[in-house]
Ligand binder design. Structure first.
Ligand SMILES: Cc1ncc(COP(=O)(O)O)c(C=O)c1O
Length: 473
C-alpha cells in the first residue's frame, strides 16, 4: 500500500471496482461518505477521486456524483502513425445503404423530422417572407447576420465562453467551420491529430484537404488521453488538433475538466491550434454543460466550432466559429469562398433563438434523447447476446456498442441491410481496423414498434453470427 492517504483511498476504491464490488454504471459512495468511511479530509477524497477519474475507472456526473465507467479505459494502446486517409468511398457506400427505401435507419446521426419544432419554424418563416422579403434578398458582406451572432454569443455563455458577436463567424455548419479552420492553420501534407475513434465527417475533411491524420488513442468514457497526446506531440510534428470534448461522436465520451486543462496546456506548450468541436455540449442529459476548453484559454489558441445541425437538422447548414488569434485569417478565407450563408436561414434561426423557442426545444430534445437511450439499452439487453457492452453516456446523440468477441460489424451491416435495418459499422470511424467489432446507433429518433423490431433483428443477426463462428472456427 502507498503512504499517501489519497493514494490509499484511490487504491482501495479501484480494488473494489476491479474486483466487481462496484459494477459498471453503479454510483460509488459520495465524497462525504468516503470521508467518513476512510476517516480522512474532503480534499483527500477529492484527490483520490480525481486519480480514479484520470485513470478512466470512474466518471463524474455534475450534480449526481461519481459512477463506475462502463467500458475498459482504452481499447487499444497501439501508438499510431500519421496516415494518408481514404474514408470517402467507404462512407458513401454506408450512407447510400442507410438511406435506401424501406430501411429502418439507426445509422446516420441526424435528427428525425418528428422531433423538430416544425410549426414554430413555419410561423417565423411565414412572417419573414411576408414582412422582410427585401431584407432577405439583400446582400450580406459581414461575418454573418448580427442578431444571429448575438444569439450564438449568448449560447456560448452556457459553456462559460464570453465572446463579442464581432468575434463570431457564421459558417455553413460545424464541418464547414472545421474545414475553414484547418485550411487556415495547416497545409497539404500536414499532420492533424484527432481522437480515435473519430467522426467520419472529420476524416473526410482531412482527406479532402490532402492532410494526414494521426489517430490518438482515446477513452470511450473520458475522451483523448493527455499522456497519449503528449506522446504523439513528442513524436510527430502535429500541425493542429481537433477534439470533441463533450459527448464525442461515436463514443459519447465526456472529457473531465482536469483533462481539458491538461490538453489545453499541451496545445499551448507545443503552440499548435486546438480546434474544439462543441456541437453536442448543450445536449447534456443532467446538470449543466461542462465549460468549453475555449473558456480556459490564455493565449487565444482555441478555435471554437459549433452548429445547429444536431438540434434543428443538418438541412439548415448553419454553424459558427470563434477563431481566437486565427480569426482574421479564417474570416478572409470565408470571404473568398462563399461570402456568407443564406440570409433567410440566418434570420429564421436568429428569430427562433431570440423568442426562446430554441432553449425550450433543446430541453425537450434532451429528454427524448435520454429516454431513447434507456429504451435502446433495455432493448439491447433483451435481444443482443451476452458479451455486448453498451457505452452509456450522459448526453449527446449516439450509442456506441461493443459486440461480443469475434463479431464483425461489416458483415453484420450487409446482413442487416438485407433485413431492412441500418446502423453505422465501427470501421467508418477510423483509418484502422480497431473498431470492426463495434456499431453506432442514432438516438435522435422517434421511438416506435418499427425501431424496437429493428433492434431485435440486429440482436438475432448477431446471435446467428456467433453461432456461425462457433460452427466454423
Ligand atoms: C462531432 C461532429 N462534428 C461535426 C459534425 C458535422 O456537423 P454539421 O452538420 O453542422 O456540419 C458532426 C456530424 O455528425 C459531428 O458528429
Amino acid at each position: 500500500m502507498s503512504n499517501k492517504k489519497y493514494q490509499q483511498v484511490a487504491e482501495s476504491l479501484s480494488q473494489q471496482i476491479l474486483t466487481g464490488c462496484f459494477q459498471p454504471g453503479e454510483k460509488i459512495p459520495s465524497v462525504r461518505a468516503s470521508r467518513e468511511q476512510f476517516n480522512v479530509s474532503m480534499t483527500t477524497v477529492q484527490t483520490a477521486y480525481g486519480i480514479l477519474e484520470d485513470s478512466g475507472l470512474i466518471n463524474s456526473r455534475p450534480g449526481s456524483g461519481y459512477f463506475v465507467s462502463r467500458l475498459p479505459d482504452v481499447d487499444h494502446l497501439t501508438p499510431m502513425k500519421p496516415q494518408d486517409i481514404s474514408v470517402y468511398n467507404r462512407m458513401m457506400s454506408v450512407l447510400t445503404e442507410c438511406h435506401k427505401e424501406g430501411v429502418t435507419n439507426l445509422g446516420t446521426a441526424v435528427i428525425s423530422p418528428d422531433l423538430l419544432p416544425i410549426n414554430q419554424l413555419k410561423k417565423i418563416l411565414n412572417k419573414l417572407t411576408r414582412y422582410h422579403m427585401l431584407e432577405l434578398v439583400s446582400p450580406e458582406f459581414s461575418s454573418g447576420f448580427l442578431p444571429l451572432r448575438r444569439e450564438f454569443a449568448k449560447r456560448m455563455l452556457n459553456v462559460d465562453v464570453e465572446v463579442h458577436p464581432d468575434d463570431i463567424l457564421v459558417t455553413g455548419g460545424c464541418q464547414d467551420a472545421i474545414a475553414l479552420a484547418l485550411s487556415s492553420v495547416a497545409s497539404v501534407g500536414d499532420i492533424i491529430a484527432v481522437e480515435s475513434p473519430c467522426f467520419p465527417g472529420l476524416l473526410q475533411v482531412i482527406e479532402s484537404l490532402d492532410m494526414k491524420v494521426l489517430e490518438v488513442p482515446s477513452s470511450p468514457v473520458l475522451g483523448i488521453k493527455p499522456d497519449a497526446l503528449q506522446d504523439a506531440l513528442m513524436n510527430w510534428p502535429i500541425a493542429a488538433l481537433v477534439l470533441v470534448p463533450s459527448f464525442s461522436n461515436p463514443t459519447g465520451s465526456l472529457m473531465p475538466v482536469v483533462n481539458r486543462k491538461k490538453i489545453l496546456a499541451l496545445s499551448e506548450l507545443y503552440d499548435i491550434p486546438l480546434i474544439e468541436d462543441d456541437l453536442f455540449s448543450e445536449l447534456n442529459y443532467q446538470g449543466k454543460p461542462l465549460p468549453a476548453i475555449k473558456s480556459m484559454e490564455s493565449n487565444a489558441n482555441v478555435i471554437y466550432c459549433s452548429s445547429v445541425s444536431k438540434s434543428l437538422g443538418s438541412g439548415f447548414r448553419l454553424g459558427w466559429l470563434c477563431g481566437g488569434k486565427y480569426h482574421r485569417k479564417i474570416k478572409k478565407l470565408k470571404a473568398f469562398r462563399n461570402v456568407s450563408e443564406p440570409l433567410i436561414i440566418q434570420m429564421l434561426i436568429a428569430e427562433f433563438m431570440k423568442l426562446g423557442g430554441y432553449s425550450r426545444h433543446l430541453k425537450k430534445l434532451k429528454m427524448t434523447l435520454h429516454q431513447n437511450q434507456k429504451w435502446l439499452q433495455a432493448c439491447i439487453h433483451d435481444s443482443f447476446p451476452e458479451g455486448t457492452r453498451v457505452n452509456l453516456s450522459d448526453g449527446g446523440y449516439v450509442l456506441w456498442i461493443k459486440l461480443p468477441e469475434q463479431c464483425d460489424s461489416r458483415l453484420l451491416f450487409t446482413q442487416a441491410i438485407d433485413n431492412g435495418v441500418a446502423f453505422f459499422p465501427g470501421d467508418v470511424f477510423s483509418q484502422h481496423e480497431h473498431y470492426i467489432g463495434y456499431i453506432r446507433l442514432n438516438l435522435a429518433i422517434e421511438w416506435d414498434n418499427a425501431i424496437e423490431k429493428a433492434v431485435n433483428t440486429l440482436g438475432e443477426l448477431i446471435h446467428q453470427q456467433i453461432e456461425m463462428n462457433q460452427r466454423e472456427p
